[in-house]
Write a protein that binds this ligand. Sequence first.
Ligand SMILES: NC(=O)C1=CN([C@@H]2O[C@H](COP(=O)(O)OP(=O)(O)OC[C@H]3O[C@@H](n4cnc5c(N)ncnc54)[C@H](OP(=O)(O)O)[C@@H]3O)[C@@H](O)[C@H]2O)C=CC1
Ligand SMILES: O=CC(=O)O
Length: 324
Amino acid sequence: MNKHKVVITGQVLPSALAAIKQQCEIYQWQETTPPQLADLIPWLQQAEGLFVTGNIKVNDTLLAAAPGLKVIVQPAVGYDNIDIKACTSRQIPFGNTPGVLNETTADLAFGLLMTAARRIHESWAWVRDGKWRPGVHFPLGIDLYNKTLGIVGMGAIGAAVAKRAQVSGMKVIYYNRRPRTDQEQLKVEYRTFSELLAEADFIIVLTPLTPESRGLFGAEEFAQMKPTAYLINAARGPVVDSQALYTALVNNEIAYAALDVTDPEPLPADHPLLTLPNILVVPHIGSATIETRNKMAMLAANNLLLGLAGKSLVTCVNTEVNYR
Ligand SMILES: NC(=O)C1=CN([C@@H]2O[C@H](COP(=O)(O)OP(=O)(O)OC[C@H]3O[C@@H](n4cnc5c(N)ncnc54)[C@H](OP(=O)(O)O)[C@@H]3O)[C@@H](O)[C@H]2O)C=CC1
Ligand SMILES: O=CC(=O)O
């Protein structure tokens, strides 16, 4: 039997790789630095499937080099690196991995809020540095209880964050471009963006990165926030303007930022944001648990094999070209 030729642009968990290997001939990028398009072109020319990892840009130029592609998948819910229009115009379905990472990413987003508010990471460093001595007390944190959380981008992950916040005694308000029809059931209240900025004690950002959401948080938005407010970005780095955030934190226009995602990403060790005392940065670990990363990898592998067989992907972004 002729095996399908599949290009994989980086590392894939062993469970998913084994499933793909059973039915496919694999061309996998093995280096630790991401491939350039030129590195992939000889493989893409023969490829029927593309498994994207490592934030590779899939655009018209790449697709033109891969005339036989039947399906593209990526083990992530966000797909800001994929030109969906270009895929659709070539009748190529693209599969992402929504749903399976909601609770895990919500844990991380809410965990960042709690860690920052209660200074857990700073107090651990303080103890480790030998500063915990009789009569010496660590500076106080702030309560979550009775505070207001504003969620910007109240989708599947946002709703999972809201549940966690409510258990901690927080009021939850949110902003989407359109109010959710199930907001009463979720016990959350809709606000305009400006209202949310002015009212929230904590803001968690969970929008997709689109031309509309790029730079959503800039100097004007920080000026509308409370000087005591905490900003948590678990969406994509460029939704927050890094330079404006730096200025807002230096000038105490807002109190604190906790970031799972940054712009640029990775954030270089000498980046000005990392010199500030009122920031916490973790390396894009929202969905990074063994269980969830396996589910994401297996869902992406399953979508790939379905697409290669000319069958409907389980989770497809451009449903208009999904196989029937
Ligand atoms: N840090 C990490 O590791 C992870 C990050 N993510 C990021 O989180 C994002 C959200 O994921 P998920 O919850 O599954 O997605 P959903 O599609 O379920 O939710 C996205 C929400 O954002 C809202 N939204 C979209 N555009 C805007 C805008 N311009 N302004 C305000 N709200 C907007 C949408 O509502 P409406 O359309 O009404 O505006 C929707 O409710 C992903 O796209 C990804 O970038 C996801 C997983 C892990
Ligand atoms: O950032 C992760 C994703 O799944 O999107």
